[in-house]
Design a protein. Structure first.
Length: 381
């Protein structure tokens, strides 16, 4: 009897050891980033997310939240759940209302999609499909269309650049699905104040076997004003999975074999206004924390400036911090002035969509007039 008790205790201790190791290994894959939460107590967010998941799962006792971290200075939080499946389901809650305001739901930057497959929970054997079937976002007022608004990291995540700023998601979806079939996810990066697209986004097709062909067919699509769609596999970490044709694929405009222009493509051409200039604006390359650290700021600034110089003569380079510009919208963005428009175009072609410190770089042109205003607003360099 005593021996059986000792064996049972040893088995329980071993299971607990494995579970704690699993929690440590999978933490980033069980977390979600929550933006726009404001100054709130951790206990409030803990209670809120438990209630949300319980309602979506139809189980008042699910209580999936393990921990909450709130960064009040920067208005964001991380919520850790007890399963990777729940974290994945919560991606569909992007825009859910909290204290009367919509909040943003994203993956942490170091999320690893492969962990769900290779590191299953040693205690809870709940299957992905079981959780997905039970989880109902409509229970908390989120309308579902079957199309997710956040793409998971992985080889089937596609970067789409040169999107016109005024084009609605429905038209972007129609254009992509006309080539690659049904989408599983579409994530268009937009300005939180204006709602306009920042010119790029990500998508994933339901049929992964069509990913490569869709990239080839969409790459180089003429969207007006001399702009061509930039379509390639997104970068995962520092490893390139990019399909990079040396020339745009497909039939050139005016060819006798060219397919008729769809209404969506026609609208893209009509409203596109990202005209090439000598000035490039690079986004998503530096964080607020890095801006505040003089050593990191100077190192990153030097690295970016060196990379930009590979594509032409850089006449001026600006990376404003909060005390260096009157316009706070310019903070943490990189402004590069090239000698010629062709050099700026070459730089954008090579830089946009690449990964920098595990962040995907955004890129757009800035008018000469806007850039002169930026120079006038600068307090110091």
């Amino acid at each position: 009897m005593m021996q059986e008790m000792i064996l049972a205790q040893a088995k329980a201790a071993e299971e607990q050891r494995k579970y704690q190791a699993w929690l440590q290994q999978t933490k980033h894959s069980r977390c979600i980033y929550v933006g726009g939460v404001g100054h709130v107590p951790q206990a409030d967010l803990f209670q809120f997310w438990n209630a949300v998941v319980n309602k979506c799962m139809g189980d008042d006792n699910r209580n999936a939240v393990l921990s909450v971290y709130v960064n009040a200075m920067r208005n964001f939080a991380f919520v850790e759940f007890d399963s990777m499946q729940i974290a994945t389901c919560c991606m569909d809650l992007d825009g859910i209302s909290y204290n009367g305001q919509p909040i943003n739901i994203r993956r942490p930057k170091n999320y690893n999609a492969e962990l769900a497959r290779i590191l299953p929970n040693p205690i809870n054997t709940e299957k992905d499909e079981e959780v997905m079937k039970k989880f109902n976002p409509e229970a908390v007022g989120i309308e579902t269309t079957g199309l997710r608004t956040v793409c998971d990291e992985g080889p089937n995540k596609i970067y789409v650049g040169n999107l016109p700023p005024h084009l609605p998601n429905a038209h972007i979806q129609e254009l992509l699905e006309a080539v690659g079939g049904k989408l599983k996810a579409l994530q268009v990066v937009r300005n939180v104040n204006t709602g306009l697209s920042k010119g790029y986004g990500f998508c994933e097709f339901e049929d992964h076997s069509k990913t490569e062909q869709a990239i080839k067919d969409l790459s180089g699509l003429d969207v007006g004003n001399g702009k061509l769609l930039i379509v390639k596999r997104a970068l995962v970490g520092n490893e390139s999975l990019v399909y990079s044709p040396t020339t745009p694929t497909g039939v050139s405009v005016g060819s006798s074999n060219a397919a008729p222009i769809s209404p969506v493509a026609a609208e893209i051409r009509e409203i596109s206004n990202d005209v090439p200039t000598r000035i490039l604006v690079l986004t998503n390359m530096i964080t607020d924390e890095e801006l505040r650290n003089p050593v990191e700021y100077n190192e990153i600034k030097r690295d970016i400036q060196s990379e930009c110089s590979n594509y032409g003569k850089v006449l001026s380079f600006r990376l404003p911090r909060m005390n260096q510009t009157k316009n706070q919208d310019h903070v943490a963005k990189v402004f590069v002035e090239y000698k010629t428009v062709e050099e700026a175009k070459k730089a954008r072609k090579n830089i946009e969509g690449r990964s920098f410190a595990q962040r995907t770089i955004g890129c757009r042109y800035m008018s000469e007039r806007e850039f002169s205003v930026l120079a006038d607003e600068s307090l110091n360099d």
